[in-house]
Design a protein around this ligand. Structure first.
Ligand code: COA
Length: 260
C-alpha cells in the first residue's frame, strides 16, 4: 500500500516507520492513524521484520498530538468513537505487537504523540524532546490510553501532575521519572534506537513475543500475569528456537534463530 502520511521501509529486518506530516508537526489525523494501523499489521505479520522503529519527520516533532482541526466540532458520541477506534486499531495494536517497537522521540511528543510513544515498548528521546499531555488545556483528557499508560510508567502522582498541569517536561526530566529509557543528542537518536533493535534482532523472536505478552499481562485487568508467564514459558520449549538456543550454547557457538 502506498501511504500518504507515513514513510515505511524494511531494512535489515527492521521496519522503519516515519510519520511524515512535518508542516503539521506530524499531528495524527485520521488518515495517518489508518496508515499506522495498516503498517503495524504488516510488521506484525511479516516474518522478516524483527523489530520496529517509529519516529517523526523533521527535527522538531515526534508527534505534536492528535490533529485538533479534525475533532474541534465533535460531540460526545463522536469523541468516544474517536478514542475507541484509535485505541483498538493503533495504540493497543502497537502495545500488543509481538515485535518490539522503539519510539525515537525526536522533538515534541505531546498529547496523542506522547500516547503513541507510551504504547511503544521502548522509548529513546533526543535531548531537545519535550513531552506532555496538554489535553486539559483544550477542555479534554487524553483519549488514546494516556491516563492509563502514563500512570503505569511513572506512577499516579506524577501522571496526575503532568495531566492536570498540562506542563511539558524536558527529555532529561522524562529520563529521571522513567518515562524514557535513554536521552541522546538528536544526531545519535536513530543510531541509539537501531543499537537496541540490532541486539533484539539476534535473540529468539518467539521468546521475545512471549516476553512482550507476559510483561503486558501485568497491566491487563482480566488476566493473571504469572499464569500468562507460566504458559508462555512452557510454549517456548516446543519451539525450534529453544532447541537452537540451547544447542548453540552447549556447542559454544552463536545461535541462528529462525523464529519457529
Ligand atoms: N493538531 C493540528 N495541527 C497542529 C497540531 C495539532 N495537535 N500541532 C501543531 N499543529 C500545526 C499548527 O497548527 C501549525 O500549522 P499551520 O502552520 O498551518 O498554522 C503547524 O503545526 C506548526 O505548529 P506551530 O504551533 O506554528 O508551531 P510552534 O513551534 O509555534 O508550536 C507546539 C509548537 C507543539 C507548542 C504547538 O504547535 C502546539 O501547542 N501544538 C498542539 C499541542 C497539543 O495540544 N496537542 C494535544 C492535542 S490533543
Amino acid at each position: 500500500m502506498a501511504y500518504q502520511n507515513i514513510l515505511s521501509e524494511v531494512r535489515e529486518q527492521i521496519l522503519y516507520i516515519t510519520i511524515n506530516r512535518e508542516q503539521k508537526l506530524n499531528a495524527l489525523n485520521k488518515a495517518t492513524l489508518a496508515e499506522l494501523s495498516d503498517v503495524i499489521s504488516f510488521g506484525t505479520m511479516q516474518d522478516q521484520v524483527r523489530g520496529i522503529l517509529l519516529t517523526g519527520a523533521g527535527g522538531k516533532a515526534f508527534v505534536a498530538g492528535a490533529d485538533i482541526s479534525e475533532f474541534s466540532g465533535y460531540d460526545a458520541e463522536q469523541g468516544e468513537a474517536l478514542a475507541r477506534t484509535g485505541q483498538e486499531k493503533v495504540f493497543n495494536a502497537i502495545e500488543n505487537c509481538p515485535k518490539p517497537i522503539v519510539a525515537a522521540i525526536n522533538g515534541f511528543a505531546l498529547g496523542g504523540g506522547l500516547e503513541l510513544a507510551l504504547a511503544c515498548h521502548i522509548r529513546v528521546a533526543s535531548a531537545n524532546a519535550k513531552l506532555g499531555l496538554p489535553e486539559v488545556s483544550l477542555g479534554l483528557i487524553p483519549g488514546y490510553g494516556g491516563t492509563q499508560r502514563l500512570t503505569q510508567v511513572v506512577g499516579r502522582g506524577k501522571a496526575i501532575e503532568m495531566i492536570a498541569t498540562a506542563d511539558m517536561i524536558s527529555a532529561d526530566e522524562a529520563k529521571e521519572i522513567g518515562l524514557v529509557n535513554y536521552v541522546v543528542p538528536q544526531t545519535d537518536l536513530i543510531t541509539k534506537a537501531e543499537e537496541i533493535l540490532n541486539k533484539i534482532k539476534q535473540r529468539a523472536p518467539l521468546a521475545i513475543a512471549a516476553a512482550i505478552k507476559s510483561v503486558n499481562s501485568t497491566f491487563a485487568y482480566d488476566v493473571n500475569g504469572f499464569e500468562t508467564e507460566i504458559k508462555e514459558f512452557g510454549k517456548c520449549f516446543n519451539t525450534e528456537d529453544f532447541k537452537e538456543g540451547t544447542t548453540a550454547f552447549l556447542e559454544k557457538r552463536k545461535p541462528t534463530f529462525s523464529g519457529k
